[in-house]
Design a protein around this ligand. Structure first.
Ligand SMILES: [Zn+2]
Length: 271
């Protein structure tokens, strides 16, 4: 693809991509490439990416060219890096595409980090996956986040539920919203009462512990996301956990409280 905004590549990028500026200038312009690509995709496509930010970059660029209306978000997709971890390693891992190809003993032809090669490798890995696992564990890209209540998203997976809120002017407003802070058991629909109220783990994440009399403990996690326009929305997950994991949420809160108290003492002593 031919670059329009930055015509010079960073030397490190050149090194990774193994291409130079001249090769890029021979490409086709972004807007034309995107139109061609979306036409090839057909109506209602499902995307599959290895990295977590590919769709963000695509949409950010489309926005720059005023053509984001061609791809309405939030965009549902298969996040292959996550699926690879779930299927082959039994947990969430963050492996490189190269690692996965070697792991699966797939034939390597062509360099990595070249769009077409990487796309082909990604497709090959995806086609080796059990369909059920993939379909059950889809992801939602929220570069085009929900704007209003009507657009909010609520989905239930095997052992957790996910809620993506509308946008708020500030983090504080977001964490004050009733819908954001609610902890509803996704198995029976009743309110799971909070055993530990929402507390911040870091500026971007809050945790809580809730309990349903019928279904036990749930760990709530609220991640605050900032939009390009400086607004905030929340991705909240409610995961079914056991007693041990519930204890570790409590411990985490206590540890944070102690740490903060210590800090306060230190600054008071200094003053
Ligand atoms: Zn329940």
């Amino acid at each position: 693809m031919k670059p329009a905004v930055y015509h010079k590549l960073h030397f490190r990028t050149k090194e990774i991509l193994g291409i130079d500026t001249k090769m890029l200038e021979e490409g086709i312009p972004f807007s034309k490439a995107v139109r061609k690509f979306l036409k090839w995709c057909g109506p209602d496509p499902r995307f599959c990416t290895w990295g977590s930010t590919d769709l963000v970059e695509l949409q950010r660029n489309m926005k720059y060219y005023g053509m984001l209306n061609l791809l309405r978000g939030p965009v549902f997709f298969f996040f292959l890096q996550k699926l690879f971890g779930l299927v082959y390693e039994g947990e969430k891992t963050a492996r490189s595409l190269e690692y996965a190809i070697k792991f699966l003993d797939m034939e390597q032809e062509g360099d990595f980090h070249r769009a077409l090669n990487d796309a082909r490798y990604t497709a090959e890995i995806f086609s080796s996956m059990p369909v059920e696992t993939a379909l059950k564990n889809y992801s939602i890209d929220c570069y085009q986040n929900p704007r209003n209540k009507k657009e909010e998203i609520y989905t239930v997976f095997d052992n957790y539920s996910k809620f993506i809120s509308r946008e708020f002017p500030s983090k504080e407003d977001a964490m004050r919203d009733r819908e954001v802070t609610a902890t509803k058991c996704f198995l029976c629909g009743r309110t799971a009462r909070k055993k530990v109220r929402w507390f911040s783990v870091n500026p971007k994440a809050h945790l809580c512990l809730a309990w349903c009399p019928e279904h036990g403990y749930f760990r709530g996690k609220a991640r605050l996301k900032k939009t390009d326009e400086g607004k905030y929305y929340v991705v909240k997950t409610l995961k079914k956990i056991d007693k041990e994991e519930a204890d570790s949420v409590r411990e985490k809160k206590d540890a944070l409280r102690k740490k903060r108290r210590q800090k306060r003492h230190q600054t008071e002593e200094k003053a």
